[in-house]
Every structure is written in C-alpha cells, then in structure tokens.
Write a protein that binds this ligand. Structure first.
Ligand SMILES: C[S@@+](CC[C@H](N)C(=O)[O-])C[C@H]1O[C@@H](n2cnc3c(N)ncnc32)[C@H](O)[C@@H]1O
Length: 206
C-alpha cells in the first residue's frame, strides 16, 4: 500500500493465498516467479528463521516448534540482483547480520504509536529519518490517537500473550483495508514503504 501511495502500480506474490490483498495478486513461489517487466522489487522474506524469539536457544522455543522457518534473505537477494533493477529487502532487527546497507524504520518516525522496528536493505541511496529514543514520541502519538500507552498493548503480536485486537492493531499500523490477524502480524505499516517508495521514484527518474 505504501508503494501505491508513493505513486507505483503494485502487484504482489505470496506462496499462500492472500484474500485481502488490495492489488493484483499471484499465488506463487517468489524464488521462481518471473521477474521481467517490473521497474523495482520489494521482498519481505519470512522473519521467523531469524528471530531470537523462535531460535532453539530462546525461551520462545515452543512457539514455532515443528514449523519450518526457512532463511530466504540470501536466495532472495541473489534473484533480485539478476534483474539489474532497484530492490528493497525488509526484515526484523534480528536479521541484521544477514542484511546489507540497512536503514531502520520505526513507527515513531511517522506519527504512529507503535515502534515495530524493521530493517530495509536497498541497492539505491536511502536515508532514514532520525530515530534516537522512540519511547517518548510513541507515548505522545498514542495520546494523540486516544490509545493508552502500554507496552503490552502497543505491539502487534500473534496469539495469546498480549491484549489487543485486530481493530487496535490496524489503528497502530495505519492500515485501513480489511486484514485477518494472520496477515497483520506479518505486515509492516504502509508509512514505511511510502517513505521508501518516494526515494525509489526519485531514483527511477534520475
Ligand atoms: C513477513 S511476511 C510478508 C507478508 C506481506 N508481504 C506483508 O508485507 O504483509 C512473509 C511472507 O512470505 C511468504 N512466503 C514464504 N515463502 C515464500 C516463497 N517461497 N514465495 C513467496 N512467498 C513466500 C509467507 O507466506 C508470508 O506471507
């Protein structure tokens, strides 16, 4: 949605059905999907394989027990490099050693009451807004949005541990179209990709 707001026509690929995807959608393996004909690419490979919450030595070892958690950042970059076009790879802070030339984006940079730190690798120039300590700004943004600041609520998590519901999570993230819980826990605020999309448009027009 962020790239659309920045001015792009958007098409999406996922290996699983995405019934609420708001643009043209292809259910396919992104490592095999034909990439010709696009101006630029964004990839958000699954993060679970990089997460300290799901690694075997973490206390959350049970959370993903029995589920496959593939590490797809490197094969994804290899494929994107073959296109010769600009690309973005997004992932969680725990994946920082796998990513190159990264910037960090935080909801507090965009007036959102949620930190949701994410890293973005790009092969074109990109500057991140200033970050510093985000907690104070998150509190201010939560108050402005009539959302009480409480770390337990101000995060978008999966099952169980935290209070919250899909409508609150959508407000935290700035998501205005329908989404299932399974989708939103995998998503990032569209403000992030709108920010990057504006750099990308400039890069493509130079
Ligand atoms: C971090 S989520 C990103 C979801 C969505 N693109 C978004 O930004 O909200 C990672 C997604 O990768 C999908 N996925 C995993 N392996 C894939 C593959 N080989 N090809 C395409 N999609 C894949 C998962 O189904 C999951 O939806």
């Amino acid at each position: 949605m962020g790239y659309y707001r920045a001015g792009f026509e958007v098409e999406g690929v996922d290996i699983k059905p995405q019934p609420h995807y708001p643009f043209k959608f292809y259910q396919a393996d992104a490592l095999e999907f034909p990439l010709e004909g696009y101006d630029a690419y964004h990839a958000s490979p699954p993060c679970q394989g990089y997460s300290s919450h799901t690694n075997d030595d973490s206390k959350w070892v049970h959370y993903h027990r029995g589920k496959q958690t593939p590490k797809l950042i490197i094969p994804t970059r290899q494929r994107l490099l073959t296109t010769g076009r600009p690309f973005v790879i997004e992932n969680i802070p725990d994946a920082k050693t796998e990513l190159r030339a990264i910037i960090l984006l935080c909801g507090s940079m965009f007036g959102l009451p949620i930190n949701r730190h994410r890293l973005f690798e790009t092969n074109f120039p990109l500057l991140a807004p200033g970050h510093g300590k985000c907690k104070g700004r998150l509190k201010k943004h939560a108050a402005a949005n009539n959302l009480d600041y409480d770390n337990r609520i101000m995060s978008v998590t999966g099952k169980g541990r935290h209070a919250g519901c899909i409508e609150i999570w959508k407000r935290l993230m700035g998501i205005t179209w329908p989404m299932r819980q399974a989708d939103i826990v995998e998503a990032i605020p569209p403000a992030y990709t709108e920010y990057i999309g504006k750099y990308l448009i400039k890069h493509l027009s130079t």
